[in-house]
Design a protein around this ligand. Sequence first.
Ligand code: 1GP
Length: 265
Amino acid sequence: MVGVESIVSRDVPRHALLIDPADQTPDVAAKRAIAAAMAGSSMILIGGSSGTDSDNVDRTVVAIREALELIEWAATQDSDAQTQGRIPIILFPQGANALSPNADGITFMMLMNSTDPRFLIGEQVAGASYIKKAGIRPIPMGYLICAPGGKAGEVGKAELIKPGDVKRVSSYAAAAELFGFQLLYLEAGSGAATPVSQDLISAARRSTDIPIVVGGGIRNGATARIAVEAGADWIVTGTLGEEFENADELREVISELIISMRSNE
Ligand code: 1GP
């Protein structure tokens, strides 16, 4: 069992690769996950706003897990290689119908600015017994969708947080902490033309000490760095990973992104 405790601790800024099982076969997903792990990513998130179900999610989780276990085993056979252990595979589901017992954990989330009770509590209740029974480690998370919001905003019926709405994001961040959430995810929507604004991230950062995850529209190190400077602990990229068929190229791109988001220049 891979430990997931470090996910909710504040550390150096870390990168997570989001894999959407609706957009790629399990084999391709596994190749991309290996590239990310070798580039220094710290977590694989599995999810999407639509088109995922327990079948494609589970097949994707299993393929990624087997691939990551294989490279970890290979590293233990090489006395020169540095082994950091397998990175965790965490579900980031659209709902209770897209789960897998083979994941290491799940972002058990409330879409806090949804207008639909289904995303505030309904899907969580529908999935809770299964998650407990399967022994998937829950990571309680507040999920906030900011403009433009994309498909996640539409599907989740979110009242989007505008780039300058710092008071609102502060209140949500404080509420997330009081609920006991261990992560706060600021989402601009997959493929967003503009990522979550620096003002929103720093306002959330001032309101809570829980780790902040930022994703949506981040495609390069400079954009990731802006989010980190504002207070992001985790940078999530999804679309970026899907732009590269070649695993070596993807590894290079993610590696550069991680180096620049951690640099102070
Ligand atoms: C979406 O925040 C993630 O949930 C990732 O967004 O696809 O734009 O990287 P991108």
